[in-house]
Design a protein around this ligand. Structure first.
Ligand code: FNR
Length: 190
């Protein structure tokens, strides 16, 4: 049986390099992973005023997270942290209190930037947030991607063999991690 992976692209930009990276990751991922994007662009800004009656985009977001076996975040770093649109989506998914949709979901965090920092600081912020939300995270390998437009095609093709092998390795490890967490979450497992 395959695994359903819900993925977030943390950028709303039409020419997002992280969307391109998501295509590359999907292309090299093991065949047992099936990917569905969880869109974040239509969500209002979260407020606890919504908790009594979540609007359809909030309900749909929570449904999509809960329907996923694993979650993958592919995001830029904004001002050394998580882009507001992505943090807003995570806040929606975490509420109303007592219904945190991320609890026990296996997660992976990757990102690309044009510079050498490769979203490392954003990923560090994400780890704090996901830890608080009780979401297990793939700790190793880490994937800090410096985006070279000569290497990444818009269609997800990767022109550099070492880069492609690295991304493939990341996705293989991610798939194995999802399988381990699902086994650990299964009823009867101590
Ligand atoms: C950036 N960028 C950026 N890059 C980085 O490595 N560290 C950072 O802290 C920031 N901060 C930042 C803030 C804001 C508001 C913007 C718009 C951009 C540059 C960023 O990596 C670059 O624009 C990427 O192309 C953004 O990813 P997407 O949207 O193309 O996927």
């Amino acid at each position: 049986a395959g695994y359903q992976i819900g993925y977030f692209v943390g950028s709303l930009a039409s020419g997002s390099i992280n969307r391109t990276l998501s295509k590359a990751l999907i292309r090299v991922a093991p065949e047992e992973l099936e990917f569905t994007e969880i869109p974040i662009g239509a969500l209002p800004l979260y407020s606890s005023d919504f908790d009594g009656d979540y609007p359809p985009p909030g309900r749909e977001l929570k449904r999509a997270i809960e329907a996923s076996d694993g979650i993958l975040f592919v995001s830029p770093e904004y001002n050394r942290s998580i882009p507001g649109a992505l943090k807003n989506a995570i806040d929606w998914g975490s509420r109303p209190w007592g219904t945190n949709s991320f609890a026990r979901k296996p997660t992976g965090i990757v990102g690309a930037s044009p510079g050498g920092i490769g979203t490392a600081v954003m990923q560090s912020s994400m780890r704090s947030v996901l830890s608080f939300l009780d979401a297990p995270q793939l700790n190793s390998p880490e994937a800090y991607v410096r985006f070279d437009p000569a290497v990444f095609g818009d269609d997800g093709k990767v022109a550099d063999a070492d880069t492609e092998a690295f991304l493939r390795h990341y996705m293989e490890e991610y798939a194995a991690f999802v399988a381990r967490v699902l086994a650990a979450n299964a009823p009867g497992h101590i």
